[in-house]
Design a protein around this ligand. Sequence first.
Ligand code: SF4
Length: 231
Amino acid sequence: MNLFEKEALIAQKAVELENTTPEDIIRFAVETFPNITFACSFGAEDVVLVDMLQKVSPKTDIFYLDTDFHFNETYETRDRLVERYPGIPFVEVKPEITPEEQAAQFGDELWKSDANKCCDIRKVQPLTKILSKYEAWITGIRRDQAPTRANSKKIEYDVKFGLVKFNPIAHWTNEDVWNYIREHDIVYNPLHDNYYPSIGCEYCTRQVMPGEDPRAGRWSGQEKTECGLHK
Ligand code: SF4
């Protein structure tokens, strides 16, 4: 399928898919773009999509960016998902340089001195590389997570990375996510039970107190609000 055909299909499908279920969107996505992957960060939305994918298309690749700086609880969540879904096709994606090489080249604690540079090295560059192997990707983006995500479509063309992007639960609320997790007894990161609604690298994530914005714990005290993975 060439780019023109993809864009025509996307424009037509964006409206059509708006009122379909996440499972139907995933089904459409994997059937239309067999060379597709799902980006998993082991957050609440992502474990929901892992469960759906395992039911709809268990062989679809699921990659995660291992920045080397995740919480232990995040790595343990990955391991518990492997136990829950034997054979789950996780693909580990690592940065080009180790934390030690990064410190030697850019100084200690780059996430404090230049978080954008750190995210670029440990997230954006590895993501760009892995996505270049696929023609479409699936994400757990929800519209009410942040103003920058409010206009996300269920299917859109990702200009930044040059492939089709599916956001099957774009319309879901946080409550919808947790209802699914409870109803299906899904494995989830225990940090969510300890005031971490949004979980990234350990150095750049803090607890969020009741009344705060759920993403207030990401890059707290900095202007930065996104890794650079999503527009
Ligand atoms: Fe570095 Fe923080 Fe970005 Fe992780 S979230 S890659 S530690 S700046």
